[in-house]
Design a protein around this ligand. Structure first.
Ligand SMILES: NC(=O)c1ccc[n+]([C@@H]2O[C@H](COP(=O)([O-])OP(=O)(O)OC[C@H]3O[C@@H](n4cnc5c(N)ncnc54)[C@H](O)[C@@H]3O)[C@@H](O)[C@H]2O)c1
Length: 390
């Protein structure tokens, strides 16, 4: 692992004539490879990263669990953890993820966070230092109609992991919550607001946040909570017709269909590229002062869904073609402040929407379009948007 050795050398060689700033840049560059987040690793983490790399080099790499590792965000986070020299075990039941997303060099276990016997065995065998919990079914709009499934996976699955983390003295439990915890009419969303989630998905995320705080008070389990929003990018599931508007639009364009917009398209979201989010989450447990804190994370600038559709048409080089559907129950404007996260981590300049969309478009073209997957086990059909009632 050349990049890690160079980071170690950087720490050991005090006579290095390069400026500290250049040293840092070099270290970030080596860790980032050809990624555009060359300066994206949080500056506060450099010491932790260096120590971490030294441990990895002499065979003391920390063993970490990434749940949802075959999914979109989990696969990127697992990849960054590998780059940091961690031994990564990825767990995923492939209900929404794909084997081809798995980064090289990780041990993959196909299984569910609901299988507590499996979790018991994994925690006992691997003695995880950190747990990154990303496995979920994150279809926020659909969660009203699949309440039981939502709470089983997103809430009970999380409890199984928290139990094992407590029993096995995990050093930090990193949880990807969501800005869905804030609910409506709370913009800009800041971490000090009292969450008022409005749908089962947001309620399950907030319940897990509260449970982590209780587990910390009772057992001292350290945690870091991230509340990302509207993350998009390469490896996203573009076959899920209930979530990931960027992926849905791209799939529709590639199939020659109009982009289907709920309502009039004036609802706004701050779309965030995965490379603005994943490296911060991966390195977070190396920053002890971030322990037991909650952070919004993602892009600042909101765009309307109409503007997003235009960007996607531009990046595919096709005329804008949209179809407006009846509105569904959703928050009209969702954007949040990121002042707090920037106090703990160095946040790289954000990847702007056009650039991020172009990168994802290139990936999506290569991947090709796909038949949208229908969720078969709808529990409540009442008020289900007609376009979902198939
Ligand atoms: N993408 C976003 O915009 C966004 C925003 C806020 C929060 N989040 C959260 O980040 C996490 C990752 O989201 P994503 O967009 O990468 O979703 P994703 O669907 O791509 O990844 C989730 C993964 O979890 C796996 N999974 C589902 N149920 C499981 C189970 N019972 N056992 C094991 N694995 C299971 C799926 O197969 C999938 O690979 C989720 O917790 C989500 O709630 C995502």
């Amino acid at each position: 692992m050349l990049h890690l050795r160079q980071v170690i050398r950087l720490g050991k060689n005090q006579s290095n004539r390069e400026s500290p700033c250049r040293q840092k840049q070099a270290a970030y560059g080596e860790l980032s490879g050809d990624k555009p987040w060359a300066s994206g690793l949080p500056r506060h983490n450099l010491e932790g990263i260096r120590l971490h790399a030294m441990k990895a080099e002499i065979g003391f790499a920390e063993s970490v669990l990434v749940t949802g590792a075959a999914g979109f965000m989990g696969s990127h986070i697992a990849e960054y953890c590998r780059k940091l020299g961690m031994k990564v075990v990825g767990l995923d039941n492939l209900s929404g993820g794909f084997r081809e997303n798995l980064p090289p060099g990780i041990e993959f276990i196909e299984g569910s966070v609901l299988d507590h016997a499996l979790l018991e065995r994994l925690f006992r065998e691997h003695k995880f230092t950190y747990v990154y919990h990303l496995a979920a079914y994150a279809a926020e709009g659909l969660s009203h109609f699949i309440r039981r499934y939502n709470y089983q996976v997103n809430l009970l699955g999380s409890m199984n992991l928290i139990n094992e983390s407590v029993k096995n003295d995990v050093k930090c439990f990193v949880f990807t919550s969501s800005i869905a915890v804030y609910g409506a009419n709370q913009t800009p969303m800041t971490e000090d607001l009292t969450p008022m989630p409005e749908d089962p998905y947001g309620i399950s995320k907030y319940a897990v946040e509260l449970d982590l705080k209780a587990a910390h008070r009772m057992f001292g389990l350290p945690y870091i909570i991230f509340r990302p929003h509207n993350v998009y990018g390469e490896k996203q599931n573009i076959a899920d017709r209930y979530r990931n508007v960027v992926g849905i639009f791209m799939n529709q364009v590639m199939q020659g269909q109009p982009m289907a917009i709920f309502g009039d398209g004036t609802q706004t979201r701050a779309f965030s590229h995965i490379d603005d989010v994943a490296p911060i989450i991966a390195t977070a447990p190396l920053v002890e002062k971030a322990y037991n804190e909650t952070f919004n994370i993602g892009a600042d600038k909101p765009y309307s869904v109409n503007e997003l559709a235009q960007e996607i048409a531009n990046s595919f080089g096709v005329p804008l073609d949209v179809r407006f559907l009846p509105p569904r129950s959703e928050v009209q404007h969702a954007f949040c402040a990121h002042k707090k996260v920037s106090k703990f981590f160095e946040i790289p300049p954000p990847i702007n929407l056009s650039h991020g969309i172009q990168r994802m478009t290139n990936w999506a073209r290569e991947r090709g379009s796909t038949t949208p997957i229908i969720f078969r086990n709808i529990e409540v059909r009442k008020n289900l948007p007609p376009s979902w009632d198939i």
